[in-house]
Ligand binder design. Sequence first.
Ligand SMILES: Cc1cc2nc3c(=O)[nH]c(=O)nc-3n(C[C@H](O)[C@H](O)[C@H](O)COP(=O)(O)OP(=O)(O)OC[C@H]3O[C@@H](n4cnc5c(N)ncnc54)[C@H](O)[C@@H]3O)c2cc1C
Length: 383
Amino acid sequence: MIRDPELLDQLIDTISRFVRERLIPNEARLADEDAVPTELLVEMKEIGLFGLSIPEEFGGLGLTMEEEALVAMELGKTSPAFRSVFGTNNGIGAQGILIDGTPEQKARYVPRLATGELLSAFCLTEPDSGSDAASLRTTAVRDGDHYVLNGTKRFITNGPEADVFTVMARTDPSNKGAGGITAFIVEGDTPGLKRGPADKKMGQKGAHTCDIIFEDCRVPAANIIGGREGQGFKTAMKVLDRGRLHISAVCVGVAERLVEESLNYAIERKQFGVPLAEHQLVQAMLADSKTEAYAGRSMVLDAARRKDTGENVSTLASCCKLFCAEMVGRVADRAVQVHGGAGYIAEYAVERFYRDVRLFRIYEGTTQIQQLVIARNMVREVS
Ligand SMILES: Cc1cc2nc3c(=O)[nH]c(=O)nc-3n(C[C@H](O)[C@H](O)[C@H](O)COP(=O)(O)OP(=O)(O)OC[C@H]3O[C@@H](n4cnc5c(N)ncnc54)[C@H](O)[C@@H]3O)c2cc1C
């Protein structure tokens, strides 16, 4: 749902200019330094990027899902690691508190997440629990007004820097499934919370992950999201539902950028006396990528609009994540092919994007997990 087309146009225009003039020229620097330059972080905060999907009452922009998808598509036109920093605040870092938090929890954390004063992270995955998230082993044992957390969380985006963590831990050891899990807000400076060294990743340099280790980490009972034990897995799944549409929109943006890079290169470079773009086999690659990016755009916007009307889009969000993550992988592969040898050389953006987009098929639910969710929901609907 688009509430005010004029305001949205202005916002998209601002973001598009920021992407073109500030982020794209700094993509190589981001990768080389493995860090978002500080001055760009400041500018991101000024534009309001840390609070895109956070309601206006908490100081965010309060975008609807359709508006957020359109913005995410613009942001996808540059290195995904830029988006990862503030995308986590808008998404998996803050949404748990926003969706299921108590009024006090929202008031304490969300306004500072919206401005970027606090950086957040989402701790679900563990060394022995990834796709099978409900089997997680981190424990939280009640001790007076506190819970004592023990366990290790793995691959946590923003882990090295985050000020506040949403942590899923098992409060009921007799329940080995989803019902035994509770979500906690854990502040980064809580004694007993330790950060492992930053992971060395294949791509998305500038976005950092690490282990988050809890060793007798005492967390106030008041920090249970929503105040009730046993609701944490549901909270985590609601958070991921919204995240899937956001990530899908980012995939569409990246695919559109790669189509543009491929087309420009194919027009400029000549072989056999004519531009590459005049060779029909190259045209086929360009056309396939254009078509797939358009299909992704259409389905994400459709699902986002439905979500805005209150429809349950759990299946459609998984359809979008499945298609768009795979689609951008194919588009990146063709982009390298259109560039020939240059596509394999780091000087060209497509080499970096090829590595960056590989992650989309893995995190926030792998492709196989999306397939399982879609099929399970289909069967459930019939029976
Ligand atoms: C850069 C990065 C950032 C991340 N950020 C976060 C974060 O911020 N917070 C967080 O909690 N997690 C994060 N993750 C973790 C991510 O969500 C998991 O890696 C992902 O869910 C897959 O889990 P896994 O790595 O344990 O793989 P596994 O679950 O071991 O899966 C391995 C393979 O088996 C397949 N598979 C597993 N089960 C089935 C099944 N039942 N049927 C068919 N196939 C199956 C998978 O699809 C996959 O192909 C991040 C990961 C990375 C790499």
